[in-house]
Design a protein around this ligand. Structure first.
Ligand code: NAG
Ligand code: NAG
Ligand code: NAG
Ligand code: NAG
Ligand code: NAG
Length: 489
């Protein structure tokens, strides 16, 4: 805590003043146990008073030194208002105006996603404060604020219940990902954009797309505080490369992995990563490396001859390929993510900037961080959304630090990612396959460990409430009862 304060002073702070008109509404008794925010913030205190939002509820940023030239904040604020208004006719009685505007302080960009949100009690000031070191922290604060707002159908105003609020918040893990697979079934851009919007509601911040269709989505996602990581999966999973480059298959009969003996293979990888670096500004690129079956290399005479000449057997050639691709990515300024097969086969040879992406089973993160490499957790038994039989409770309980107690090693677990492989989904059912289960994992990745429920049943009510909120915002989140994508009853 002390450390954070000092940091905040150094970096300066962004102050947003969000204006609320105070209501004369009598304070109905509201119990503190009713905090419905998802994911649960690091620290929350609330009261029992109601406020209502001014008709011209506005965002003020003057005096911060932050000019919002790119409009990220203003757009984020407008999106927040839109989901709060949610199509309701807000025409209640606004005749008692006691709104108050205030000044702002400085902002500096950082990598910090923390924020502090204060909503006053009615007898105090007439505005809410949102403080953040970065615009991305501020976007998270706006999301939390949106969850405090409720439309009152009787008075037809938007209310903030349980004021005053003081919320200080920051994520537990910096990498909170959702993989969207656009390669098996085509996902139309509007569908991807909806998914990106819904990710912000649950404070996920990285969207991982093993395909290039999403180039269009990059700036859309960036403006919402979501990084897009692209995957160039080599040397396996590369059947389609032949469309452009027939020479990259070992032969017409044996089609993958990519031809390790051909210099042109690496020239093409270099060209693609060079193009990536102009579009995907995220510091990581995913180089795959999974499910490599090397029999085409040994079965194709010219490649087999090449292997012999270079004194490599097929597993050494696999290592050679992955490490060479890593070096190409490094030369384009990327840090690398590779699937865990690379670690399982030659972990001690991987570049030190490698992040190992776990998927096969639990317990791998433990080995990865013990070897000094970083890890992203996605064990398929718990965090694969295409496994419909994995219920939200299992998503919630999957702990990235399982069996990792050393704090130095814990720091190497940069986060986790739920994966929406799309062999069996498309635009018609992707949302209900992702939600609410991805939200369960999102809380695991956001909320401090000691505030997480030890028993998932403790959060059922709050998650059901969040799922309803998603529905209200037009996201087709499935009910909580039963496995993934269960139908309502
Ligand atoms: C609006 O509220 C004010 C103050 O509470 C009250 O005096 C006034 O009659 C109300 N107007 C309407 C149209 O309800
Ligand atoms: C998550 O997103 C925020 C905002 O873009 C960023 O500051 C943070 O570093 C991200 N985490 C990772 C792993 O990139
Ligand atoms: C590897 O590929 C060969 C030839 O394509 C195939 O016959 C073999 O069954 C594959 N092995 C595995 C484990 O998939
Ligand atoms: C390849 O060679 C290495 C080093 O000699 C050896 O450890 C490994 O078992 C070999 N792998 C195969 C599949 O032959
Ligand atoms: C953690 O260790 C326990 C005891 O060895 C084991 O039963 C459990 O499966 C491990 N969990 C993971 C995720 O590796």
């Amino acid at each position: 805590m002390r450390k954070r304060k000092r940091k905040r002073k150094m970096e300066g702070a962004l102050w947003l003043l969000v204006v609320v008109v105070l209501a004369v509404v009598l304070a109905p008794a509201e119990s503190a146990g009713d905090v419905k925010i998802w994911p649960m913030p690091a620290s929350v205190s609330s009261g029992n008073k109601r406020l209502h939002l001014s008709k011209d509820f506005e965002l003020l940023t003057q005096g911060t030194g932050y000019n919002d030239a790119s409009g990220i904040l203003k757009d984020g604020f407008n999106r927040m208002l839109a989901v709060v208004n949610n199509g309701h006719v807000v025409d209640g009685n606004f005749s008692d105006k006691s709104s108050l505007l205030s000044g702002l302080h400085a902002l500096q960009y950082g990598i910090d996603e923390s924020y502090k949100l204060m909503v006053p009690s009615p007898e105090n000031q007439a505005y809410a404060h949102l403080e953040a070191n970065t615009v991305f922290g501020a976007l998270h604060g706006l999301q939390t604020f949106s969850q405090l707002c409720h439309f009152n159908y009787k008075s037809r105003v938007i209310e903030v219940h349980m004021s005053p609020w003081t919320i200080t918040d920051q994520p537990r893990f910096s990498y909170r990902g959702l993989l969207i697979d656009t390669s098996r079934h085509y996902l139309p851009l509007p569908v991807i954009k909806n998914v990106i919007d819904s990710m912000t509601y649950a404070k996920l911040n990285t969207s991982f797309v093993p395909d290039m269709v999403v180039i269009n989505c990059c700036s859309y996602a960036q403006k919402r505080g979501i990084n897009v990581m692209a995957e160039l999966d080599v040397p396996g999973h590369a059947l389609s490369w032949r469309v452009g480059y027939p020479a990259l298959w070992p032969s017409n009969y044996c089609q993958q992995p990519l031809d390790v003996s051909n210099e042109f293979t690496f020239q093409v990888i270099d060209g693609i990563l060079s193009d990536f670096s102009k579009i995907f500004k995220f510091k990581f690129v995913h180089l795959g490396g999974d499910k490599v079956n090397t029999s085409c290399w040994t079965d194709t005479p010219c490649i087999s001859k090449w292997l012999k000449k270079h004194h490599m057997n097929e597993s050494q050639a696999y290592q050679y390929f992955v490490l060479r691709a890593q070096n190409i990515a490094l030369s384009h300024g990327y840090e690398i993510v590779n699937w865990e097969e690379t670690f399982n086969n030659f972990g001690n040879k991987l570049g030190r900037k490698t992040v190992v992406h776990n998927w096969l089973r639990g317990g791998v993160a433990q080995q990865v961080v013990a070897s000094g490499l970083r890890c992203i957790v996605s064990n398929q038994d718990k965090w694969y959304l295409d496994h419909l039989d994995t219920a939200w409770q299992e998503f919630y309980m999957n702990e990235p630090f399982a069996n990792i107690t050393n704090s130095k090693q814990q720091k190497l677990v940069i986060g986790g990612e739920v994966c929406m492989w799309d062999e069996h989904i498309d635009g018609s059912d992707i949302e209900q396959t992702i939600w609410p289960r991805a939200a369960a994992a999102a809380e695991r990745l956001w909320t401090p460990y000691d505030k997480l429920a030890n028993d998932a049943s403790e959060v059922t009510g709050r998650l059901a409430y969040f799922r309803c909120l998603l529905n209200q915002r037009g996201v087709a989140a499935a009910p909580l009862s039963g496995p993934g994508r269960v139908a309502p009853f």
